[in-house]
Design a protein around this ligand. Structure first.
Ligand code: GDP
Ligand code: IMO
Ligand code: MG
Length: 434
């Protein structure tokens, strides 16, 4: 049985897309289990770059079946736009390799409207304005429209009318205009037939694949610190991004998951508002943004940048049960004369090595404690084995691995497939000792 979860260990954009793409060379099914088009997962193959938002990052591997599972919220226009883009790029069989859970919730234009109006009002948290929060609110309020509702036009009309009635006071309060149900239905009609042809009971499909011993990859979106339960609430997304969410969002038992792989950058970034204790607003932060091309893959917003936070990484390791780490973007640190790593926090109760998440609501209450490490000037993109790393980079990696208390499965030194050192493949064999 090999069912591997890939989960972001920070605030998203850790490089999940690249790592899923690397390991799906050996996977038969890749499943997105949470989130929606707020995700932007970048795949670089040769000179081509593709950013997928709803499609699983296994989509470029021709042998891989791709599943959008029931924990997701799906905007039909975005999904079909992505499919068309892939067809345009020559991947003509995309729709044959794709299925969408009939229990996944739909993002409809009123969700995007509410998200956008809220962001324009005071108190916005810097969402991606893709309708994510309102769509999950509808799910929890039991006024959501599920993909399976597209099969029955009468039921679809009833569900949309009920949802619009529920949203009308909010939209008016925010100064917006309530769209008509007829307008929504007319818009949906254009995509209904294609969407219906993709629908399936994806829980059955994935469970059967796992039982048959197929290699299944469950692809997380966002990151642990954006998780609705375990993130820096309320500056979070509205879904269960953590590994536990993979079981619920896919519809398979937690005991079916064999490995949890956490992805972390060699530094930290965050998009949107919210606590970020190791944030840098100086030349080093600028270096990380420019060299790391840290601009949002969905919104283009400059990402906030900072030093790696080891207490946060250990926290992510705990709440996800991370078995192995993929460390990405080590190459971006080249050129910094010294590197800082947060190893602990000073809190009103003293020094702690735990991530002080409950203190983060008020800025300045906790202070990161840093360890300084020497930097290096050599480029890393040509490095293919750990021993080729400059000594300072090798020490940095070794230090992180020991402090995180999790073995390193993969090291990434550039965006391309070739710029990767795979130390362990969770689909093949056991992990080597660090
Ligand atoms: P995701 O949301 O976790 O899939 O990550 P994104 O795709 O939003 O952001 C990661 C960015 O870093 C993308 O532009 C990737 O192409 C790029 N990337 C991934 N791994 C590496 C790496 O090791 N080095 C460098 N320089 N870029 C990388
Ligand atoms: P991937 O999968 C980085 C952030 C937004 C905002 C907060 C809530 O590419 O790592 P939302 O639109 O979800 O309601 O916004 O979450 N956010 C992300 N940040 N990467 C992502 O996805 C994100 N998805 C949401 O910036 O702060
Ligand atoms: Mg991203």
């Amino acid at each position: 049985m090999s069912c591997v979860v890939i989960v972001g260990a920070q605030w998203g954009d850790e490089g999940k897309g690249k790592i899923v793409d690397i390991y799906t060379e050996d996977a038969e099914i890749v499943v997105r289990y949470a989130g929606g088009p707020n995700a932007g997962h970048t795949l670089v193959v040769g000179d081509d770059k593709l950013v997928v938002r709803l499609l699983p990052s296994g989509i470029l591997r021709p042998q891989t079946r791709c599943v959008l599972a029931q924990g997701m919220v799906i905007d039909p226009d975005v999904l079909l736009g992505e499919v068309d883009e892939l067809i345009r790029r020559g991947h003509r069989d995309v729709e044959k390799r794709l299925c969408v859970s009939d229990r996944a919730h739909l993002i409809l234009p009123y969700h995007v409207l509410v998200d956008t109006l809220r962001e324009a009002a005071p108190g916005g948290i810097g969402t991606t304005k893709k309708g994510i929060g309102p769509a999950y609110e509808d799910k929890a309020r039991r006024t959501g429209v599920r993909a399976g509702d597209l099969r029955d036009p009468v039921r679809l009309g009833q569900r949309i009318r009920a949802a619009l009635e529920a949203w009308a006071p909010t939209i008016k309060h925010l100064g917006g205009e309530v769209p008509s149900a007829e307008e929504m239905l007319a818009k949906l009609e254009a995509s209904t037939k294609r969407m219906v042809s993709l629908l399936a009971n994806t829980s059955l499909i994935v469970d059967a694949a796992v039982r048959e011993g197929k290699r299944v990859m469950l692809e997380g979106a966002q990151g642990t610190l954006l998780d609705i339960d375990h993130g820096t609430y309320p500056f979070v997304t509205s879904s269960s991004a953590v590994a536990g969410g993979a079981s619920i969002g896919t519809g398979i038992g937690p005991n079916r998951i064999s490995t949890v792989l956490g992805i972390t950058k060699a530094y930290a970034t965050r998009v949107g508002s919210g606590p970020f204790p190791t944030e840098l607003n100086d030349g080093d932060g600028q270096h990380l943004r420019e060299v790391g091309a840290e601009f949002g893959s969905v919104t283009g917003r400059p990402r906030r940048t900072g030093w790696l936070d080891l207490p946060a990484l250990r926290y992510a390791s705990r709440v996800n049960g991370i078995d192995g780490l993929a460390l990405t973007k080590l190459d971006v640190l080249t050129g910094l004369s010294r590197i800082q790593v947060c190893i602990a926090y000073d809190t009103p109760e003293g020094r702690t090595e735990e991530f002080p998440i409950d203190y983060l609501d008020v800025p300045g209450v906790v202070k990161p404690v840093y360890q300084e490490m020497p930097g290096w000037s050599e480029k890393l993109d040509g490095v293919r084995v750990l021993d080729e790393l400059p000594k300072a980079a090798r020490n940095y990696v070794r230090f992180l691995e020991e402090a995180a208390k999790v073995p390193l499965f993969l090291l990434s030194v550039g965006p391309r497939r070739s710029e990767t050192i795979v130390l362990h493949n969770p689909f093949v064999g056991r992990a080597a000792a660090p």
